[in-house]
Write a new protein. Structure first.
Length: 644
């Protein structure tokens, strides 16, 4: 007998976090908040029996998570989840309309709640963010609590990592708030072309384990050249170097040849020959001048001549034959013309891949993720061939607008990938929402080209590790990467819920390494210690000092304006006035957050306004560490003279 679902009604409480949704992102976000950040989470979902509801129910059984079932996130459902009095609410339904309606209801129920909304439409997201922030400002009770609204898109968050894995493969650049961090992957047994200050991660040892994030020097030395490494190559100011550069695209010629297909040419030639024959017969029968005979025969063929009354019998018979021939030929001619026009229209909208195309990227799947990836690849001028099963998919219109070659068909059938010229491509991006289809496409592509670079979208971590290990052992010379969109996006959504500014993230196999700016004041592990002493293996590492002067009171601060950053020596002692840029794991960043929250709870309230609400509504917010979340700029990737 199966165990009944566990969905208790959460006890009334304040300061908790609420997540609305039942897909992969909702599950990973709930896990991130409950297990990594140690927060109490209430999940509002339609049913624990559908989608990722069973996995969320397993989290509830382990404690720290409560589940509320409701078909729609109406007022009663939001009250049952404890939205009034909650510290923050994340709306991560797949449907943008459902998220918008729930956000408006939540702001009405509790104007002081922090909102994080998942929206695919960027323009609508900016308008919604402004609208909800205005509503919160009108209901301001005078406290310093962070009640801002953040609109994020999982597609925009995950796209840079997916493009980086397929195109550059090795170089990754994080740019945010005027800072630029360049990270590179070094394969095993490859010497360093230049000394790198820090090793951020060691690749898995091939036994199916996970990579070691932020290892200490002893582990790096012990690994030697047997394991791949992720290193920090440079950190500094962006100053426009990381600005994406859109390569000018040469205008593509219209497929004029489709206006004159072979059958149309044959029909025209047949009509011309017929006119010559009837013109010669007319001249022979009537003995008119040749030009007059040709003119009269053209009128007869097209049914525009006068009846040959009073003329000889031969002329009358010839006129009848001409009219009958014209009646038989003109419909055929018009049919061929219409067909050629339809072919021309199809060729201008849905372009088949050119026969000589090579060194391109085959993009499988044109859903929300695939559409964003297609936009980024086109902005870089990278040739792309798309494969999509559904002609009405979201990204088909984008492919038509950008005049990208498109193959409509099921990739599991023979000939579809061949039509996309997978044999001459540089990489395959399998980004459908079906893990089995992605894996089948990758395995087939491996048979065609054993050294082809592939990036496949897989949700299940255990399944992904098994697939990665098997593919790498079977094809040691090929580059294989698996990514989970929800895994790449969850840290950004969790950071927004906690009110934390995350500068960016870099994927290391199936793990994520975060970059954040932190004030040293109030952190005993940092304050008073040297840079070397503050390092915590597997937790965090100080990378640079942000020496930017704070703007004058009342002055508007522009991102990146007057920015100053310095890489400190290992013996530099961190002062309370310092602000550092650090790399951290999710656990390390959560540890700093819990420490900051506990310190804030011990501090007295601010004069005239009560304690500033930090994470979970439990105290003040540290300047720069817990504040209005700014979504990270899409990670640019150096690639062939442009930036992703």
């Amino acid at each position: 007998m199966s165990t009944p679902p566990h969905h208790p009604t959460p006890a009334p409480r304040t300061g908790h976090l609420v997540v609305c949704g039942d897909d992969a992102l909702a599950q990973r976000l709930s896990y991130e908040l409950a297990r990594v950040y140690g927060e109490y989470v209430t999940v509002l979902l339609p049913s624990v029996r559908r989608n990722h509801g069973p996995q969320i129910d397993d989290l509830a059984r382990a404690g720290g998570v409560a589940v509320v079932e409701a078909a729609e996130p109406d007022d009663d459902a939001l009250r049952a989840a404890g939205v009034p009095g909650a510290a923050a609410l994340a709306l991560v339904y797949r449907d943008d309309r459902a998220n918008i309606h729930a956000a408006l209801r939540a702001r009405r129920l509790d104007p002081r709640i922090r909102l994080v909304v998942r929206l695919y439409n960027r323009k609508l997201g900016r308008h919604l963010e402004d609208l909800l922030d205005r509503a919160a400002a009108r209901a301001d009770d005078g406290s310093a609590r962070d009640v801002t609204t953040t609109v994020l898109s999982d597609a925009d968050t995950a796209t840079p990592a997916l493009v980086a894995a397929a195109i550059s493969g090795a170089d990754k650049v994080v740019q945010a708030d005027g800072l630029l961090l360049r990270v590179a992957e070094r394969p095993p047994a490859e010497p360093d072309p230049a000394p790198c200050p820090h090793t951020l991660a060691l690749a898995a040892d091939g036994s199916g384990g996970s990579p070691d994030l932020l290892p200490d020097e002893a582990d790096v030395v012990a690994a030697g050249a047997a394991r791949g490494r992720t290193v920090l190559e440079a950190i500094g100011l962006a100053e426009g170097a990381g600005t994406p550069v859109n390569r000018p695209r040469m205008p593509q010629a219209l497929p004029v040849a489709t206006l004159f297909p072979r059958r149309l040419r044959y029909a025209v030639v047949g009509l011309v020959v017929l006119l010559f024959v009837f013109a010669g017969l007319t001249w022979w029968v009537t003995r008119d001048p040749p030009m007059r005979a040709a003119y009269r025969s053209i009128l007869d063929v097209f049914g525009m001549g006068d009846p040959a009354i009073g003329e000889n019998t031969g002329r009358q018979i010839l006129q009848v034959l001409s009219a009958m021939a014209g009646m038989a030929l003109l419909p055929l001619l018009f049919a061929v013309v219409l067909e050629s026009l339809g072919t021309f229209r199809t060729a201008t909208i849905q372009r088949p891949p050119p026969r000589a195309i090579a060194d391109h990227v085959v993009l499988l799947g044109l859903g929300k993720i695939g559409t964003r990836v297609l936009d980024r690849l086109c902005d870089l001028g990278i040739p792309v061939v798309c494969v999509e099963r559904d002609p009405q998919a979201l990204g088909v219109a984008t492919a038509h607008a950008r005049r990208v070659p498109l193959v409509i068909g099921d990739v599991t059938r023979e000939g579809v990938l061949e039509a996309a010229h997978i044999g001459t491509s540089r990489a395959l991006l399998a980004l459908t929402s079906d893990d089995a289809i992605n894996l089948e496409a990758v395995l087939y592509a491996r048979e065609v080209d054993p050294e082809l670079r592939v990036v496949l979208r897989l949700f299940d971590d255990d399944f992904a590790k098994s697939v990665n290990g098997t593919l790498r052992r079977s094809y040691p010379l090929a580059r294989t990467r698996s990514r989970s969109v929800s895994s790449l996006s969850a840290p950004a959504f969790a950071g927004a819920l906690m009110g934390r500014q995350i500068l960016g993230a870099v994927s290391v196999e199936r793990e994520v390494l975060l970059f954040a700016a932190v004030d040293v004041a109030g952190h005993p592990e940092l304050q008073g210690h040297t840079v070397a002493e503050s390092f915590r293996a597997g937790r965090w590492r100080v990378l640079a000092l942000d020496t930017t002067e704070s703007p004058a009171p009342g002055a508007a601060a522009s991102p990146g304006a007057g920015r100053s950053v310095a890489v400190p020596p290992p013996d530099h002692r961190l002062l309370p006035t310092d602000r550092v840029v650090l790399a951290a794991t999710r656990q390390g960043l959560a540890e700093l957050l819990r420490e900051d929250a506990s310190r804030a709870a011990r501090e007295p309230s601010e004069p005239g306004g009560g304690a500033r609400a930090g994470p979970g509504g439990r105290g003040p917010s540290a300047r720069g560490l817990i504040k209005k979340y700014q979504p990270p700029t899409p990670t640019p990737i150096a690639c062939g003279g442009g930036w992703v």
